[in-house]
Design a protein around this ligand. Structure first.
Ligand code: SIN
Length: 484
């Protein structure tokens, strides 16, 4: 029987930073579904927020709460901000290189709804990629690829491990502690910025086991995404572009966002996304991101990743404007846990990063708080885990296995249908009627002849639509349009 001290599901920033905290003497296994860089961390562009110093904690907390429509758990937000002083210093001391000026001073940027420049970045607009590489190198524990978890082994309020397909072979992995760091739910939506591996499987298992998902109505849509590509993952155009001066214009060249909020392009993400969506719907025209105010060389230096990616698509930045649409980006809600990542009622199970709902984001996440959340709560969860007394318990037998029914014949058709329903009816602007229709379709699909993995997606989708229906009033990223 394979048994580990700690099993970490996910190799994004939360999973890897958790692994970095656990001594080599512990038997730790980190697993990821595909290749390790197929995770949302790898695609994060803008940066990682940090409180700049003690004095900046209060403003950072205030910005986070205001963006979150005050639905946040204030204690969790204060922990996030205060701990950032420690985790940022730790990451830098371990050798992570953020962008600096000619004198070696760290360069901070600003993104929407931040009251000051407090976002560190690396490789210009490739912060996630650089941090991911750094943490992959730092991790001393075994990382196993191609491991798709399809069940959590839970009995009598304790988690004993998982069942997973490892290189397509059904495998049981036992562990004293399991840390879920599996990311969000991006693949449920037709238009999304997430890695293709992010498909809400673990959330779906939690629904099945009666583990609470919370704040699931608050799905976040990034305002500036290039969606005219055939691939599932759409191309993000970082908030930092607007933070550093890019404009959003309509076909007449007008900066129409001031019609929606006096902060224009720098209003919080939910407001900007909704403004673009509404304007497109109202005018039937396109909306663009305009960088023409940037000087060519400095643009390329600051945003090399975007410059290169779009050059391959025939764009010449900053001269060319690019058409944009909002797209699903981030799950503000998730698996409910406390600020140590503990899940109430289940021993030996933690959740961190985007998969978790700690209450830090409220109804709408402040830009670049996500990489920060990953490190802060990875640290807290592993501190908690390492400090507790381990009690030896006999492992029960888990006979049930879904390995031979992971997929069924018509899953692709239903999956595609689900992605459309999520985008159209549980998207940026919702109506009660649309939500009811979506709910019926989701529950109807659940009763079809479907595979395990689709069933898990549908479990998560049903949690989202049920939460959206339960919240009658608009708040943050949950917006209900009343039909007159
Ligand atoms: C971005 O670079 O715009 C994304 C940052 C984030 O999701 O916080």
């Amino acid at each position: 029987m394979k048994k580990y001290d700690v099993l970490i599901i996910g190799a994004g920033i939360a999973g890897l930073y958790a692994a970095m905290q656990i001594p080599k003497s512990k038997k730790v296994l980190v697993v990821c579904k595909d290749i390790p860089w197929e995770c949302n961390t790898f695609y994060a562009q803008g940066g990682i927020t940090t409180a700049l110093n003690e004095e900046d904690i209060a403003p950072h907390v205030a910005d986070t709460m205001s963006a979150g429509a005050y639905h946040n758990d204030k204690d969790a937000v204060e922990i996030l901000s205060r701990t950032s002083l420690e985790t940022t210093a730790d990451i830098i001391n371990r050798g992570m290189e953020f962008d600096v000026d000619d004198d070696g001073n760290i360069l901070y940027t600003k993104e929407a709804a931040h009251s000051t420049k407090r976002i560190l970045h690396a490789g210009g607009d490739a912060t996630g990629r650089h941090m991911h590489y750094f943490m992959m190198v730092q991790n001393r524990h075994h990382l196993q690829r191609n491991t798709l978890v399809y069940d959590l082994l839970i009995e009598n309020g304790r988690c004993y491990g998982v069942k997973a397909s490892v290189n397509y072979q059904p495998t049981t992995i036992f562990a004293d502690d399991v840390i879920i760091a599996s990311g969000g739910i991006g693949s449920l939506y037709e238009f999304n910025t997430n890695s293709r591996t992010i498909s809400a499987d673990i959330h779906g298992i939690c629904v099945e086991k009666g583990i609470e998902l919370s704040d699931m109505e608050f799905m976040q849509f990034h305002p500036t995404v290039f969606v005219d590509t055939p691939y599932a993952r759409k191309l993000l155009l970082t908030e930092a572009l607007r933070g550093e001066g890019a404009h959003i214009i309509d076909e007449e060249g007008r900066r129409f966002l001031f019609d929606y909020d006096e902060r224009g392009e720098l209003a919080s993400r939910d407001i900007v996304a909704r403004g673009i969506f509404s304007h497109k719907r109202k005018t039937g025209g396109n909306v663009y991101l305009d960088f023409s105010m940037f000087e060519e060389k400095s643009f390329e230096q600051r945003f090399p990743n975007i410059t290169r990616t779009f050059r391959d698509l025939g764009y010449s930045f900053p001269k060319d404007k690019v058409s944009i649409s909002p797209a699903f980006h981030y799950a503000n809600g998730g698996i409910k846990c406390d600020t140590n990542g503990c899940i109430e009622g289940i021993e030996g199970l933690y959740v961190i990063g985007e998969a978790a709902r700690t209450g830090v984001h409220g109804a709408n996440r402040l830009a670049s708080n996500s990489l920060l959340e990953g490190v802060v709560f990875a640290k807290r969860a592993t501190d908690h885990l390492l400090a507790k007394e381990q009690i030896a318990i006999a492992t029960p037998k888990f006979e049930k296995d879904y390995a031979n029914i992971l997929h069924k014949e018509n899953d692709k058709i239903y999956k595609h249908k689900l992605r459309k329903i999520m985008w159209e009816d549980i998207g940026i602007i919702r109506t009660t009627k649309g939500l009811h229709e979506a709910r019926n379709l989701i529950y109807d699909m659940k009763n079809k002849e479907i595979g395990r993995l689709l069933e898990l997606r549908l479990n998560t989708a049903s949690a989202i639509v049920d939460a959206a229906l339960a919240r009658k009033e608009s708040l943050g990223s949950h917006y209900i349009e009343s039909i007159k």
